[in-house]
Design a protein around this ligand. Structure first.
Ligand code: PMV
Length: 348
């Protein structure tokens, strides 16, 4: 039975709810799809704490589906159209959607223009509000099903958003793990020594990227290395799962960097090539490698679809590593966002 089946004949009523949902950083990347929002390989991420979106959504009855969206108090019609198209795509399963007026007031706690992808936090925050509407109208109270549905609905809006619905480490996509599925994400327990990882986000450039991740996923379709990349990602997923369970930070870090550079290699070698790395990204990578060689401390980097470096390390090394970041890396960055493992979304 579809996860949405119980809500097919829901009446339309007024309802307001607010959720705060975090961004996540992928250790094993989702890059390439094999169907409608179905990933070509399993992925694994760490949910963050400080980089979050807070969204208040008001649902009211209406003649037609209408969406109004305000970001930080300013009306943003382009984002409103995206949410409208997304809701429209769910109408076949949830026909009542065509009689909803949806007003969304959203804001990000991380500074605007920080170059942090806000689609995972933003779209999961909205999906949580919508799931809350579904459950409240139908009287459902099962919490585990609530988050499963919220993850499912987030995935249909933006793949990586489905992982933001849970705290800590999260997996998504069919793999050797029990209950794994392409439909929604699952939380993943790791060795106690790797539970509290930090993520110092080095903002190298806050400029808006010129190729969307949707377009990037599309370019994997005709990519000469696509099949090899999916095989590599599956192996990296399996190896990261084992290393996280064993508490082997160096192995986790080795794969983390391999994943980041493979993602950007795919971008640079795709049929229509594009490069999101900046000279200062490469300079900072070299500094991190040198620091690791000289100190033997487990400091590793990863990248999202952008030029900004996420520096990942266990909490116990925080003081030494943050001194290094302040003293050595400041010339390459416009800002550092000091983040860490977060425990997932909250209803406000
Ligand atoms: O969720 P999307 O469609 O924005 O794609 C996200 C892609 C990456 O952030 C680069 C990787 C990932 O797994 O989060």
């Amino acid at each position: 039975m579809s996860l949405l089946e119980p809500f097919r004949d829901l009446p339309v009523k007024t309802f307001e709810t607010t959720w705060r949902s975090p961004a996540n950083i992928a250790f094993v990347k989702y890059w390439g799809k094999k169907g409608h929002q179905i990933p070509a390989n399993p992925s694994l991420s760490l949910t963050l704490k400080e980089c979050v979106t807070q969204t208040k959504t008001t649902f009211t009855p209406s003649e037609n589906l209408e969406v109004e969206l305000f970001l930080g108090g300013d009306r943003k019609d382009a984002f409103g159209v995206k949410i409208k198209n997304y809701l429209h795509s769910l109408e076949a399963e949830l026909p009542f959607i065509k009689n909803l007026h949806v007003k969304i007031d959203t804001s990000n706690t991380f500074p605007h223009g920080a170059g942090i992808a806000s689609s995972a936090s933003g779209l999961s925050a909205f999906a949580l509000c919508f799931t809350d509407y579904l459950h409240a109208q139908s009287g459902q109270t099962d919490e585990s099903l609530f988050f499963k549905r919220a993850s499912f609905l987030s995935r249909l809006a933006s793949g990586s958003a489905c992982r933001s619905v849970y705290g800590g480490f999260v997996t998504w996509g069919e793999s050797e793990l029990a209950d794994s599925t392409d439909e929604y994400a699952h939380p993943f327990e790791v060795h106690p020594e790797l539970k509290y990882l930090r993520d110092s986000v080095l903002v190298i450039s806050a400029e808006e990227k010129n190729v969307s991740s949707r377009a990037g996923h599309d370019r994997m379709k005709e990519h000469a290395f696509a099949q090899a990349r999916f095989v590599q990602a599956k192996q990296n997923f399996t190896d990261t799962v084992v290393a996280l369970k064993m508490g082997d930070m160096d192995r986790v870090g080795e794969i983390l960097e391999n994943e980041a550079l493979s993602l950007h290699a795919m971008m640079m070698t795709s049929p229509e090539s594009f490069t999101l790395l900046r000279p200062n990204t490469l300079a900072a990578i070299e500094m991190v490698r040198t620091f690791r060689r000289e100190t033997n401390l487990p400091l590793y980097f990863t990248l999202d679809a952008g030029p900004n470096l996420h520096l990942i390390y266990p909490e116990v090394f925080r003081s030494k590593i943050q001194t290094f970041i302040q003293h050595e890396l400041t010339p390459f960055v416009v800002r550092v966002i000091d983040d860490e493992r977060g425990e997932g979304p909250v209803k406000c």
